[in-house]
Design a protein around this ligand. Structure first.
Ligand code: HEM
Ligand code: HEM
Length: 284
């Protein structure tokens, strides 16, 4: 018994690298820009409510919030450019195109994901075992796709709102109106999605509370890897490369991740409840 406990502790202490410094930096820039955009944009969409006017003036009001919104949009463009350059480099110069588009390492949807979704539904209804996932679970792939799609929509429509006089010469008035409506409602949808769905599995699952540090420290424990992504664990173990992913703990990064992420969780949840209650009040 004691032997087994000792063995479990040893597995727990083993840490493996899941995200490189580049991915962590990109995700960090994304957090900064997304929160900046949400906090300076959402109050405009809810300007009929006291909390929104209070938040807007707290952040500097007009025109400061407009400047913050545009600077954060610039950071989003930088993230998109970095990601595009990273993927192009891997595909065109490193010859990893096939690996990015297809197979177990790809973050794009594969036929196995359809089987995983069905198996997961069966498991949730109590009719089968939990499916065994590889490096990316299907909902992580959907999150990635929704970020790609969301960025294209928000950047496109946001650009039209940024230069209304110029674009009004090119496009009819209804295009400009549609851009504002799409920007506003996609913003509410994106914020609510990130602050609920993304936050549930990165902060609020019982084994993650108060934060899943993987995107900050880049590390996951051997136990978590084995439990969450057994196919990847076994694949790396069988290929004899698992140990190459071993990394030492980083207590400083782990502490910083909590200090940054916990207040953001609270802000996100508070903002979502304010948005939802304001939408309900506006409806009735
Ligand atoms: C990525 C590029 C983006 C650009 C270029 C952009 C640009 C703009 C511009 C120019 C405005 C008009 C208000 C102003 O002048 O300050 C605006 C409004 C707004 N933005 Fe953005 N934005 C972007 C992304 C986002 C994101 C990611 C969100 C939230 C998730 C967001 C939320 C909003 C909201 C809610 C409004 C107010 C719309 C209304 O008047 O109801 N924006 N944006
Ligand atoms: C406090 C804020 C946040 C925390 C703690 C957080 C945490 C995480 C973690 C732990 C992962 C890795 C999950 C895995 O092991 O695959 C992740 C992935 C990801 N995050 Fe975040 N995140 C935050 C904010 C955001 C924001 C604001 C966005 C986008 C607007 C975002 C978009 C993504 C995407 C697209 C992925 C990759 C897909 C996935 O693995 O789920 N995150 N995040």
């Amino acid at each position: 018994m004691r032997k087994r406990k000792k063995k479990a502790m040893a597995t727990e202490e083993k840490l493996y690298l899941r995200f490189s410094a580049f991915h962590r930096l990109s995700h960090f820039l994304l957090i900064v820009s997304f929160f900046g955009l949400v906090l300076t944009g959402i109050p405009l969409a809810f300007q009929g409510h006291d909390w929104a006017r209070w938040l807007y003036s707290l952040l500097g009001g007009y025109p400061t919030c407009g400047y913050i919104h545009r600077i954060c949009a610039g950071i989003t463009f930088l993230c998109a450019f970095l990601h595009f350059a990273y993927v192009s480099n891997l595909m065109l110069w490193k010859g990893e195109g096939a690996k990015i588009l297809w197979g177990v390492e790809s973050i794009l949807l594969q036929p196995k994901d359809v089987m995983d979704i069905l198996a997961d539904l069966k498991w949730l209804l109590g009719f089968g075992p939990r499916p065994a996932f590889d490096r990316w679970i299907y909902w992580e792939k959907f999150e990635y796709l929704s970020l790609l799609w969301g960025t294209i929509v928000m950047a496109g429509t946001g650009f039209l709102l940024w230069f209304p006089t110029t674009f009004s010469i090119i496009f009819p008035g209804w295009v400009m109106d549609m851009a504002l409506i799409a920007h506003r409602y996609e913003a509410i949808l994106a914020a609510a999605f990130v602050f609920t769905i993304h936050f549930v599995h990165t902060h609020l699952l019982p084994d993650r509370v108060p934060v899943d540090e993987a995107m900050f420290t880049g590390r996951v424990s051997g136990e978590e890897l084995q439990h969450e992504r057994p196919v990847q664990y076994k694949r790396l173990l069988d290929a004899g490369v698992l140990e190459a992913y071993r990394v030492p703990p980083n207590k400083t990064l782990s502490f910083i991740s909590k200090v940054i992420a916990v207040p953001l969780l609270l802000i996100g949840l508070l903002l979502t409840s304010l948005m939802v209650s304001s939408l309900i009040i506006d409806l009735i």
